[in-house]
Design a protein around this ligand. Structure first.
Ligand code: NOJ
Ligand code: CA
Length: 616
């Protein structure tokens, strides 16, 4: 194997061939412009969104767009920011979802071997239901050598024994359904493990084209064949993850591995993908989060062929499994939704600026960081030197272009990038960030433990491929869930030395039991925010849920559905923003504190957040 396995995000090495993983570059720069069939009015920043505060009666609100006027010396836009109208193109359950990512190995260990498992998830379904979660996404839990924590699959149809059995998954799906929770699995279409029988067979048979093989020499970016077959194969991420062959956007007979997507190998792989989806949908899952969805067809200008592939998959799903959803790890909703996905995440990579919009919110460079990322002051930071404008503009553009055909999904963290609580961003700063997440008109994605303020823990060795670069160790976001105080934190009864990863060693680490007993805790706040969102359509993603950004400096203030005013101040200073909406002075706080609203300004104490209801 070459030295590409843990050398960095470029470990994927195959940027030139692939240029699609998204992890390694901006991908298509003008893809958004290519899909302009949807309504997008960037000059008028009226976002779409709609509901009823906890404890007050349902209200039939009428949305009116305020005619805001610029105040001298403020950054207030003359008019509110975007107009987005959602349609019924995605199932309403996805539009209304509170998504929660369960990293199975780190969530709860039911049998004392130190590794989280499916039965452990079942044991905590009541907790997730109590919190208000509607959909869980399980990171890959299939048979694997676990050199990339399960993203190196050796059998798509069998649950890895360390997590349980296929029957355990069936029981999890059933138990979740009884609590109104849907289950999404992780679909890894771009590559398998080099231990997958498809690959070992392919490495012994020069006539097999399920993977991308050179005939004899080993071109740049390829990995020498481990089998009797001569030549080498193209990896998709780590070297031990051979890329499945979906063809090339620009086939080239002088480089015979650059096949057309119509050839036999790519067709077989597309058929296999349908078979895998069919299998698990038949078992009752609601859909899939799709790993590296942009990576399938190589050298694919504008992602045209990759988009065509997903369009074909979506058409098949709509016929065979009309209520199933696919949400992509693509990082560019405007492109992926046009391709056929029901939703896509804003991510630390992807899109014309390689993930800048999401990083401009959260990335303080003290957790997971890549050298090539241009320095950006994150908006959610005590220093108060960032801006929300980068994100708001990107959100506006994506929402306008996706035009409601699919959902934009907003995470604070996942198993690949740092948690909210990271380095100098401490517990006091989390409420404002989570208030923002849960009142923004994207589908919110909570990563396990974010609801109690678990921390990114620095300094681990590489564990199952966690290290991607000198300052990029994903293990810090993957530590065991903290369920209760005490040595094992309720994660496992195994001796802590046998845990999948060590617990956060902080003696004051937060835990679910303690926070559940304290109604002033972050956990209760997250639950209250979820309830507020669920009970008030104005705070969701639907047609009545407009978003008017009034101020994108500090504090951030926006109106939802013309009914709720949200003010969040990530800065450690008291911040003031002038406005011209005298009527805001009559707003009544329904959640939060530390914010006052007068006829001409909003004033927010350090790290304060508040949600106000306007009289109707
Ligand atoms: C993205 C996944 O989220 C990440 O964890 C994994 O290492 C790569 N794709 C490769 O599958
Ligand atoms: Ca276990």
């Amino acid at each position: 194997m070459p030295d590409t396995e843990v050398a960095g995000l470029k470990a994927v090495g195959q940027v030139d061939e692939n240029h699609a993983a998204g992890w390694v570059g901006p991908g298509v720069s003008d893809a958004a412009a290519a899909h302009s069939g949807h309504r997008c009015r960037l000059m008028e920043r009226t976002y779409a969104g709609a509901g009823i505060p906890v404890g007050i009666a349902p209200f039939e609100g009428q949305h009116t767009t305020p005619a805001a006027t610029r105040q001298p010396g403020t950054r207030q836009p003359e008019r509110p920011l975007i107009s987005v109208t959602t349609s019924a193109a995605t199932p309403s359950w996805l539009a209304d979802a509170i998504l929660y990512q369960v990293y199975v190995q780190s969530f709860a260990d039911s049998n004392g071997d130190g590794i989280g498992d499916l039965e452990g998830v079942v044991e905590h379904l009541d907790y997730l239901a109590w919190l208000g979660v509607t959909t869980i996404w399980l990171s890959p839990c299939f048979v694997s050598p676990f050199r990339d924590a399960g993203y190196d699959i050796a059998d798509y149809f069998t649950i890895a024994p360390r997590y349980g059995s296929n029957d355990d998954l069936a029981s999890l799906i059933d138990q979740a359904r009884r609590r109104g929770i849907r289950v999404l699995l992780d679909l890894v279409p771009g590559h398998t493990s080099d231990q997958h029988p498809w690959f070992t067979r392919s490495a012994a048979d020069p006539a097999d084209h399920r993977y991308i093989w050179s005939a004899d020499a080993v071109p740049d970016g390829f990995v020498p064949s481990p089998g009797t077959r001569p030549g080498g194969y193209l990896p998709n991420f780590f070297a031990f993850q051979p890329a499945l062959n979906y063809g090339y956007g620009r086939p080239d007979p002088s480089q015979p591995w650059r096949q057309s997507p119509d050839e036999e190998g790519p067709r077989a792989n597309r058929a296999a993908l349908r078979e895998i989806m069919d299998h698990w949908l038949g078992a009752g899952v609601a859909g899939f989060r799709v790993d590296m969805a942009a990576s399938l067809v190589k050298d694919d200008p504008g992602h045209a062929e990759t988009s065509a592939l997903w369009g074909e998959m979506r058409a098949w799903l709509d016929r065979e499994h009309p209520s199933a959803v696919i949400i992509s790890e693509w990082g560019e909703p405007a492109t992926s939704v046009a391709a056929g996905f029901h939703g896509d995440f804003f991510l630390q990579f992807g899109g014309p600026t390689d993930g800048l919009p999401l990083r401009s919110l959260w990335n303080n460079r003290q957790g997971t960081d890549q050298e090539q990322w241009a320095p950006v002051a994150p908006y959610f930071d005590a220093a108060g030197r960032g801006t929300a404008r980068t994100f708001c503009d990107a959100y506006a553009a994506a929402a306008g272009i996706a035009g409601g055909a699919g959902q934009i999904i907003l995470p604070t963290a996942n198993h690949d990038f740092a948690r909210l609580r990271c380095g100098t961003r401490g517990a006091a700063q989390l409420p404002a960030a989570l208030a923002f997440l849960l009142t923004w008109p994207a589908v919110p994605a909570l990563y396990y433990g974010e609801e109690i303020g678990m921390r990114f823990v620095p300094g681990f060795a590489d564990i199952e491929g966690s290290v991607l670069g000198p300052q990029y160790n994903r293990a810090g976001s993957r530590t065991p869930m903290q369920w209760e105080p005490g040595p094992g934190a309720g994660f496992s009864s195994a001796p802590p030395g046998r845990f999948y990863l060590p617990l956060d060693p902080d003696p004051h680490r937060p835990d679910v039991a303690t926070q559940r007993a304290d109604e002033h805790s972050l956990l209760h706040l997250v639950r209250d925010l979820i309830q507020l969102r669920k009970r008030n359509a104005e705070l969701g993603t639907g047609p009545a849920a407009s978003l008017d950004v009034l101020h994108d400096g500090y504090p951030l203030s926006y109106l939802r559905g013309g009914r709720f005013l949200v003010v969040v101040n990530p800065s450690g200073r008291t911040e003031r923003a002038a406005h011209s909406r005298a009527d805001l002075a009559t707003a009544r706080a329904v959640l939060g504190s530390g914010v006052s609203v007068s006829a001409d300004a909003v004033i927010a104490a350090p790290f304060a957040y508040s949600i106000f209801a306007l009289p109707q």
